[in-house]
Design a binder for this molecule. Structure first.
Ligand code: HEM
Ligand code: HEM
Length: 395
């Protein structure tokens, strides 16, 4: 049994590649459709994530195998068609083959780019990391890649359906060796005439992919309206915040995921000459609608977690205390209808009238009744690390 193709038959390597990729693709498609169709709720979210993890993991295997298959095919004869005189059928079959080759690359690649551009949810199980070089964490990139993955996966599904229908037609109605050539390496009964290179099916396939790309571009979400209140200047106090970040990290499916609030303001009074005792006061107000948490932003804002419709803002009111152990902001965090004491140690550097501050605090989401339906840590961890950094100038 030859490893290489001959002018009348597919060799063992081509056939092994074909059936392995077929198996992976035919598993990845239903996994993607089923996982995407599951409405997220505390009962279903773990299952949705597991199916997506499997989908992505098998999809990447299909991608790497597909690339190897294409490299192999480049150095091979293509066995000549069995019915070279059936021009329309031949064009359609070759168009579908080109679409399948293009999809083998473009479908998993767009899925992978989408995954790499957002934070969190349903990790890839290969030890390849969750990001991709040259792919920034960006909602715009993620939206475009998700649209392309959706469109291209539909092109793939249509091509696979036509491809399988064609193979069955040859086997059941024409009763020829088309399927047996790919299944068992059977050689065509007689060598048909050699064919010249035919460009039209390739150009048609590229045209269809071009139209798919245009459709994905037109579906891409435009620039998001700034729902977040911009960082506002202090109305009281003696320091004005110029810039800053408010991030938090929580485990999702056991993997740390970082989100942030873009809209918050801080009113700070601080006297650096006090070295022991209360040196100032801070009131931080956070616009919870400004939350960004990768692919689960909307779910996090919804009733199961922050429930921003009922609790649009959070407030941290604290004394700034200096002492031998360093500086802490000690006060109360009002969030999601709960008032919980919070201590946030921070470091401060003052140069003339400019100050930079960084601080971290560890919270427990259960203290605030956030994600109460998620009673264990399998889906969302209990501990939430909050990190704040800001630069301020003296008023
Ligand atoms: C049950 C599913 C499938 C069956 C029965 C099947 C059957 C076949 C057959 C009989 C051929 C040979 C066609 C010929 O001689 O002209 C073929 C070729 C091909 N199949 Fe499939 N196939 C299946 C799934 C897939 C899938 C999922 C892919 C997706 C990537 C795929 C990609 C290809 C490609 C690219 C060729 C052309 C090979 C070449 O000439 O370079 N097939 N398939
Ligand atoms: C050959 C490989 C792949 C195939 C055939 C495939 C196919 C699909 C299909 C059919 C869907 C459902 C779309 C719908 O609901 O209509 C889907 C969704 C999805 N796939 Fe894939 N996929 C593949 C590889 C990948 C890879 C490698 C990744 C990531 C690493 C990925 C990530 C996703 C994601 C995140 C979604 C959900 C999209 C959304 O929420 O908008 N896929 N895929």
């Amino acid at each position: 049994m030859p490893a290489q193709n001959t002018p009348t038959s597919f060799g063992l390597v081509t056939r092994t590649f074909h059936w392995l990729t077929a198996l992976l693709i035919l598993t990845a498609i239903p996994l993607g459709l089923i996982a995407n169709g599951i409405e997220p709720s505390p009962e279903t979210i773990a299952r949705k994530a597991q199916l997506f993890s499997l989908h992505k993991t098998l999809g990447i295997a299909a991608f790497l195998l597909g690339l190897s298959r294409i490299l192999w095919a480049l150095g091979q004869h293509r066995p000549v068609p069995l019915h070279p005189h059936r021009r329309v059928e031949l064009t359609l079959a070759e168009l579908v083959h080109w679409l399948l080759y293009l999809s083998l690359v473009m479908v998993p690649l767009t899925g992978w780019v989408h995954h790499a551009a957002v934070d969190g949810f349903a990790p890839i199980l290969w030890p390849l990391g969750q990001g991709l070089p040259f792919v920034p964490k960006s909602e715009a990139v993620a939206g475009l890649a998700a649209g392309a993955h959706w469109v291209f996966s539909k092109l793939l599904i249509a091509s696979v359906a036509l491809h399988i229908a064609g193979a069955l037609k040859h086997h059941l109605f024409d009763r020829d060796a088309t399927l047996a050539r790919m299944a068992f390496g059977t050689a065509a009964p007689e060598a048909p005439l050699p064919q010249g290179k035919r460009l039209a099916p390739l150009l048609l396939a590229l045209g269809l992919y071009g139209a798919g790309t245009a459709l994905a571009l037109s579906m891409a979400p435009g620039p998001q309206p700034a729902s977040a209140a911009p960082l506002t200047a202090a109305t009281g106090g003696n320091w004005q915040v110029q810039s800053g970040t408010l991030d938090f990290t929580v485990a999702q499916m056991g993997a740390p995921v970082t989100g942030n609030f873009a809209g918050w303001s801080a009113e700070i009074s601080y006297d650096e000459t006090v070295t022991d005792g209360i040196a100032g006061k801070v009131v931080v107000t956070v616009d919870l609608a400004s939350l960004a948490l990768g692919s689960v932003t909307d779910q996090a804002k919804g009733p199961e977690f922050f429930d921003i419709a009922a609790h649009p803002a959070a407030t941290f009111t604290a004394d700034l205390k200096a002492g031998p152990q360093g500086l802490v902001a000690e006060g109360t965090l009002d969030l999601h209808g709960a008032s919980v004491p919070v201590t946030l140690p921070f470091t401060l550097e003052i140069a003339g009238d400019s100050a930079t501050m960084t601080g971290t605090a560890s919270l427990d989401r259960r203290d605030f009744g956030i994600g109460a339906g998620y009673g264990d840590e399998e889906t969302v961890g209990f501990a939430v690390e909050v990190k704040v950094a800001l630069a301020a100038t003296r008023l």
